[in-house]
Design a binder for this molecule. Structure first.
Ligand code: 3H9
Length: 689
């Protein structure tokens, strides 16, 4: 953290530095140092203008998010700095390179002028953290670029280019070297009048822009508050607008959605850290061989090509290979058609793919990902061959979602190089990558797998070896409750409706109809043999016995006349009622609260076991898996964070009350949960371990 001063003629250059993203930190002293430097420059008769820039080719990623918790009063210091800059009697020019977002953009628009490099990017990303620009952004930006453009920036959170920022008037000039250009323009007399944005005229489009913004569907709390801030521009003076904005910001900071979204932001970065790991270099991965050209292998190949890797897809069946290639090419063509990808980039990605029928033909790669049928005998065949063919440095990964990674590693003479890379379908869309650490996986392999996840734009989360790893093991408990609820009195649409109202992207009946009911059926058959003491409801099995496997067969829990849209089917209601009668359950009214608590607390209880067993390093790892892989609502922060918010004592009491009901065996409280409640602690307290 530092502010560097350099006087060049009458221009004082102030360059601030706070690696890695130049966050405007009060706690670390940057904001105070900048404020002092500005005050000193204003008092110094030798200084006629101030040029502000960020170190290392970037302006700033905004306020320091670490200042937010517990010490929100610190943020007033940031606001005071911006007021001092705006009030400076000497022109302050922001010279912008790289990222200029959030509080960084608010700093830039508190200055009197902005000169930016062509590659600079601008945004107000606060909305993705459940916040609004709270240091003048909602009051200054509309005065500079109009309310409609300002609201676009604030409500979308999206980055815009320097060219676009110039076009809408948020910056004044674009130049190769913004610092030099700022000095030159000042010397030429172009930028030397003091021009506070707060004193600029109120834009004419406030009412119209506010009205248009309110038309959007399902506006978040932060969006509603941001619109309210912009709305007052028409009616109150600038300073009062700033106080209104600060009040809304403080309330949002304390709101459940923002706390959850900030937990997700830091959680995604936290899960990248392997506790206690010695620092090892990740191996460089340029080429990957994917073994298996089915749905999963194809999706994985697309994801890797999208990340700029060279990919060889090995599929022994001629037809399967041709289909895989066709599907990959079609995906790139569709992306070009939809304007998501340039034709040239698509051509490069297509050219980076080769396909062949055998591993021998594939040539050497840095990483091999097996995505063949979930059968140990087939895995043995592939890994024995990989061990024979792959170069010594290569990482050998299995995409298994159920099988024992240690047993797979034992098929090779190099178990230290073996790891699980569990992609989620469709692999080119889903953000989560569960990285399964075998008992003998080396730290270098694990670190390389984490770096690989980042390289291909995925959130990598490490899981230990157990049946279902973290994600599917917890999901099984969630589904178990959903199916029990059906036989006790609820219908699919009610279970789905309650969980969707809670915020899940899709309820369990719809999810399994989408994924294929036959997948759950085969797992339940296996479980019935392995764990006869842990019964399941037979309801979904009965649906499968009718040949209804979900969307792919046109019917599952619902009917799908158009292949996608679920339609309630009275036949399923009859089937469920008959099953309740057959097993002697008197159906009862079940409210949405019970549905949500049973399904979500079942996840929490199993999650606590998973942390206690060391399968997950920390509770936050479970949260991120659920946020990025299972459609858990971002504004609830994941199951473990949600449990903390409810209060663990309340969660435990509820679990104990369920234990007294039907299928009480499924509700034995996890010892870790009991222990945390006894100590008055939270799951969050285990995240920093
Ligand atoms: C704001 O400004 C509020 C104001 O309107 C009002 C106030 C009153 N603070 O993501 P990366 C850390 S709200 C503190 O891995 P990338 C991050 O934790 C803020 N730390 O790199 C990580 O640390 P570590 C509005 C921050 O290149 C390291 O930097 N701003 C902040 O993939 C590298 O980050 C935002 O919402 C921060 N603001 O992406 C921007 N930002 O290495 C949030 C980052 O210890 N940030 N760190 O794990 C981002 O979107 C991305 O981090 C960014 C870089 C695009 C900047």
């Amino acid at each position: 953290m530092n502010v560097f001063e350099r006087l060049e003629g009458a221009i004082l250059h102030l360059q601030f530095s706070n690696p890695p993203v130049n966050a405007l930190s009060v706690g670390a002293g940057l904001v105070g140092a900048l404020h002092d430097a500005i005050a000193k420059a204003v008092a110094d008769p030798d200084v006629a203008a101030i040029v502000l820039s960020g170190a290392e080719g970037r302006f700033s990623a905004g306020a320091d998010l670490r200042d937010f918790d517990n010490r929100p009063e610190r943020l007033d210091r940031l606001r005071d700095l911006f007021t001092a800059i705006e009030a400076s009697p000497k022109p302050v020019i922001a010279a912008i390179e790289g990222l200029c977002i959030g509080g960084g953009l608010e700093l830039a628009i508190a200055a009197h002028y902005r000169v930016a490099a062509d590659r600079a990017r601008f945004a107000f990303p606060e909305i993705s953290l459940g916040l609004l620009p709270g240091a003048g952004g909602t009051q200054r930006a509309p005065r500079l670029c109009g309310a409609s453009h300002a609201l676009d920036l604030i409500l979308s959170g999206k980055q815009i280019s320097a060219a676009r920022a110039l076009e809408i008037g948020i910056i004044d000039h674009v130049a190769d070297d913004p610092v030099a250009e700022a000095s030159r323009l000042f010397a030429r007399g172009t930028l030397n009048a003091v021009r506070p944005s707060g004193e600029m005229a109120v834009p004419a489009d406030v009412a119209e822009a506010v009205e248009a913004a309110r038309q959007a569907k399902s506006l978040s709390l932060a969006a509603l508050r941001a619109i309210a801030c912009v709305e007052v521009i028409d009616t109150v003076p600038f300073e009062q607008g700033l106080s209104i904005e600060a009040k809304h910001f403080a309330e949002l900071l304390d709101s459940r959605p923002s706390k959850a979204l900030r937990h997700g932001f830091f959680g995604r970065r936290e899960v990248a850290r392997i506790p206690g790991a010695a620092k090892v270099e990740a191996r460089r991965i340029d080429s990957v061989t994917v073994v298996g050209g089915g749905l999963m292998g194809t999706g994985i190949a697309i994801a890797l090509l999208d990340a700029g890797l060279n990919v060889t897809l090995v599929e022994p069946r001629d037809e399967g290979r041709a289909n895989a290639r066709k599907a990959i090419m079609k995906t790139f063509d569709r992306n070009v058609e939809k304007g998501r990808l340039g034709a040239e980039v698509a051509a490069q990605r297509k050219a980076a793919l080769s396909t062949c029928g055998t591993l021998e033909e594939a040539g050497e790669a840095d990483l091999y990902i097996e995505a063949v049928f979930e059968d140990m005998a087939v895995k043995r065949e592939v890994f024995t061959a990989l061990d024979r063919i792959a170069p010594p440095h290569a990482i050998l990964a299995s995409n298994t979602s159920t099988l024992d990674v240690d047993a797979i590693a034992a098929f090779t003479g190099r178990p230290q190089n073996v790891v699980g890379l569990h992609f989620f379908s469709p692999a080119n869309v889903m953000r989560l990558l569960e990285i399964v650490r075998g008992a003998r996986t080396s730290p270098e392999t694990l670190t390389s797998a984490m770096a690989f996840a980042r390289q291909v734009g995925k959130t990598g989360v490490v899981a230990g070896v157990c049946d279902g790893f973290i994600g599917n093991r917890i999901f099984e408990e969630y589904l178990r409750q959903a199916w029990f609820l059906l036989e006790e009195g609820a219908l699919p649409q009610q279970v789905d409706g309650a969980l969707e109202a809670f915020g899940m992207a899709m309820g369990p009946c719809r999810v399994m109809d989408l994924a294929g009911q036959d997948i759950g059926w085969s797992i339940r058959k296996r479980r019935a043999a392995e764990q006869p003491d842990r019964p399941y409801s037979r309801v979904p099995d009965l649906v499968c016995e009718m040949g209804r496997f979900g969307q792919k067969t046109g019917a599952g829990f619902y009917l799908y006349p158009d292949g996608r849209t679920p339609q309630i089917d009275p036949e399923i209601e009859q089937l469920i009622l008959a099953e309740s009668e057959r097993i002697g359950i008197e159906r009862r009214e079940i409210d949405d609260k019970e549905i949500v608590e049973r399904c979500i607390y079942a996840m929490v209880n199993e999650g606590a076991r998973i942390v206690a067993e060391g399968i997950a390093y920390r509770p936050v790892d479970i949260d991120i898996i659920y946020l990025d892989g299972y459609g858990f609502p971002a504004e609830r922060g994941g199951p473990m964070f949600h449990a903390d918010q409810q209060g663990l004592a309340t969660v435990l009491d509820t679990i104990v009350s369920f234990a007294a009901g039907l299928h009480g065996w499924a509700w034995e409280p996890a010892p870790m949960l009991v222990d945390l409640v006894e100590r008055g602690e939270t799951f969050a307290s285990l995240n920093c371990a």
